[in-house]
Ligand binder design. Structure first.
Ligand SMILES: [Zn+2]
Length: 500
C-alpha cells in the first residue's frame, strides 16, 4: 500500500493585519517529514506512525505549519500548494497511490479570502480521484462545501486546550487503513449548526463540551456498525467568513451512511439545545477590573501565583500579540504594581524591533524601547519604556524566534522576535524564569495552557481589546451569514433531514 501524506496547517485570524508569510512557517519536505523530529506530537506524526506501523509505504510530500496569525500570503500558499501537488504527480509516475491522509487545521485563509483547505484538497483530489482520502482537523476547523466534496472522512481534535493532535492523526490514518483493508467506501455526514463559539467558552473539561465530546467518543467505540469518527468542529470566530458555523461530522463506512446521518443530526440537535451553556469558565472582567481583582487577590488574600489572561490579544488564537490595552492599565496603576511582593511577570509581546534592540544592547544594558503597536494599531500603540535587558535567547524553538526578558520598575516582560505566542511551556524557562515564583502573571492567552493551569492559584480572564476579542457580539462582522447564534440570540434552528 502506498499512502500519500503531508499537510498545510494554519489558523488565520482575518481581524489581524499581519500577513503570515514564508518566514513564519516551518516547512518539512520529503524525508524530513517522514522522520517527524520537529513536530513529534502533531497530527502529522500520528498519521505517519500509524501508516508505518501498518506496513504501508508512506509517501511524504510537504508539511507547512505556522503559529496562528493573520491570513496567509497568497504567493506562499500557491508555492506550497504547487509543491504538494507536484510531489503527488511524481508519486503517481512511480506507481499507483492507494490512499491519502493529510494533517490540516481547517481554518486557514489566504489573502483575498480563499478558504485554503477546500482549495488544496480539491486540487489534490483531481490528481488522485477515486481513492480513499482522510484528513485530521483542528477542533476550530471551518467546514466548507469544497472540503466536504474532496475528502471522504475526517477526524477532529477532541480536546481544548488541544492535547490530542497526535491521536487525531492516528484516528484519521486508521480510518484510511480500514477502508483499504476492507475495500469499503467511506462516507461523512455533515450538519452545520449556525453558531459561533468564543474560544474560551469551549474547554472540553467543562460542560457542555465534556458530555458532547463523550457522546462523540461513544459513537467511535469498537462495535458492529460503529461510526469511524465523530467530530465537533467549532469553527473560528475571529475570521469573517461566510462559512462560519459549528459543524458536526460523522464519518463511517458507506453501508452505515443512514446511521451516520442520524447520529450527526442527533449531535447537532444536542449542541443547539445546549447553546446557552457555552460560557466562560473562569471569572472574567474588562481589563481594568481584571487587574484590580488580581492585585486584590495577591495583596489582600495572599493568593499566588494569580494568572490574568490578556485574552483579547491571544497570539495562539491568531491575534497580533502587540495590543497594549492591558499594559497601559498596568502602567496606569504602577504604584500598586510596585508594591507587589515580587515582580509582575508579563508574557509577553511580539515585537521584533524591540527584541532586536535588546539583543543589540546586550544583557545588563539599560535602553529606551517602544513596546507594542507595530501591527494591531487599532488596539495598540507604541509604548515608550526605559528597560533593563535581563536575558537574551538568540534562537528559541522550531520557529527560531529570538527572546528577550526586560525589566521596567517592578515588571518583567518577555518579548519575542517572531509571532510564536506565549502558551509554550518552554518559553519562560528558556529565559530563566519560573512562572510559579511570581505573585502575578499576565499572559497573552485565553484559557490557560496546562503548563500554567497546573500552577495557577487563581485564573482571571481579562476580556481585553484585540484581534481575539472574546465578546463576539461586539465584533463588526460583514461576511458571516445571519442569523447566527449568539449574534442573533432569538433565532430558531432545526437540523436538515439530509446531511451535506
Ligand atoms: Zn484550535
Amino acid at each position: 500500500m502506498r499512502i500519500l501524506t503531508g499537510g498545510f496547517s494554519h489558523e488565520s485570524n482575518s481581524l489581524n493585519p499581519i500577513i503570515t508569510g514564508e518566514d513564519d512557517f516551518v516547512v518539512l519536505r520529503g524525508g524530513e517529514l517522514a522522520e517527524q523530529a520537529v513536530f513529534s506530537r502533531h497530527s502529522s506524526a500520528g498519521i505517519i506512525a500509524t501508516l508505518k506501523k501498518a506496513g504501508a509505504e508512506v509517501i511524504p510530500t510537504v508539511l507547512a505549519r505556522a503559529v496562528p496569525n493573520g491570513v496567509v500570503s497568497a504567493p506562499f500558499y500557491q508555492k506550497i500548494k504547487a509543491e504538494l501537488l507536484d510531489r503527488a504527480r511524481e508519486a503517481l509516475e512511480r506507481g499507483p497511490v492507494d490512499g491519502v491522509c493529510l494533517a490540516l487545521h481547517g481554518s486557514m485563509k489566504v489573502e483575498g479570502g480563499l478558504c485554503a483547505e477546500g482549495d488544496l484538497c480539491g486540487a489534490l483530489r483531481k490528481i488522485l480521484p477515486g481513492i480513499p482520502f482522510t484528513a485530521a482537523l483542528d477542533m476550530h476547523a471551518t467546514i466548507t462545501p469544497e472540503l466536504l466534496r474532496a475528502v471522504d472522512a475526517f477526524a477532529g481534535y477532541k480536546t481544548a486546550p488541544h492535547t490530542d493532535s497526535y491521536e487525531t492523526g492516528e484516528l484519521a490514518a486508521g480510518m484510511l487503513l480500514q477502508a483499504l483493508d476492507t475495500g469499503k467506501k467511506l462516507y461523512t455526514a455533515a450538519q452545520h449548526v449556525p453558531m459561533m463559539i468564543a474560544g474560551e467558552k469551549s474547554e472540553t473539561a467543562a460542560e457542555p463540551m465534556r458530555s458532547l465530546i463523550a457522546a462523540c467518543k461513544a459513537l467511535e467505540k469498537p462495535a458492529p456498525g460503529r461510526m469511524l469518527a465523530a467530530s465537533l468542529l467549532l469553527g473560528f470566530p475571529w475570521a469573517d467568513c461566510e462559512y462560519n458555523a459549528v459543524t458536526v461530522l460523522v464519518s463511517a463506512f458507506w453501508e452505515d451512511k443512514d446511521r451516520a446521518d442520524q447520529e450527526a443530526r442527533n449531535l447537532a440537535e444536542e449542541l443547539w439545545r445546549r447553546r446557552g451553556e457555552f460560557r466562560f469558565r473562569t471569572e472574567y472582567y474588562r481589563s481594568k477590573e481584571a487587574l484590580a481583582a488580581a492585585y486584590a487577590a495577591v495583596m489582600e488574600k495572599g493568593e499566588r501565583p494569580v494568572f490574568v489572561s490578556d485574552s483579547g490579544d491571544n497570539p495562539t488564537g491568531g491575534a497580533a500579540g502587540d495590543a497594549t490595552e492591558f499594559l497601559e492599565e498596568i502602567l496606569a496603576t504602577m504604584d500598586q504594581a510596585d508594591r507587589l511582593p515580587g515582580p509582575l511577570l508579563y508574557s509577553g509581546f511580539y515585537d521584533a524591533p524591540a527584541a532586536a534592540a535588546c539583543a543589540g544592547a546586550g544583557e545588563g544594558a539599560e535602553i529606551d524601547i517602544t513596546l507594542g503597536g507595530n501591527w494591531d494599531t487599532l488596539n495598540g500603540r507604541k509604548i515608550p519604556l526605559r528597560v533593563r535587558v535581563k536575558k537574551i535567547v538568540p534562537d528559541f524553538g522550531p520557529y527560531h524566534s529570538a527572546l528577550a526578558l526586560v525589566s521596567y520598575r517592578n515588571i518583567l516582560i518577555s518579548i519575542t522576535s517572531k509571532h510564536i505566542g506565549f502558551g509554550d511551556g518552554d518559553l519562560l524557562p528558556a529565559l530563566g524564569v519560573n512562572a510559579a515564583d511570581h505573585c502575578l502573571v499576565v499572559v497573552k492567552l485565553g484559557y490557560l495552557e496546562p503548563c500554567f493551569r497546573s500552577i495557577a492559584a487563581r485564573a482571571i480572564m481579562a476580556t481585553s481589546r484585540g484581534c481575539t476579542n472574546e465578546l463576539l457580539e461586539t465584533i463588526p462582522y460583514r461576511k458571516v451569514k445571519r442569523p447566527i447564534y449568539p449574534l442573533d440570540p432569538g433565532m430558531d434552528w432545526r437540523p436538515r433531514q439530509r446531511s451535506g
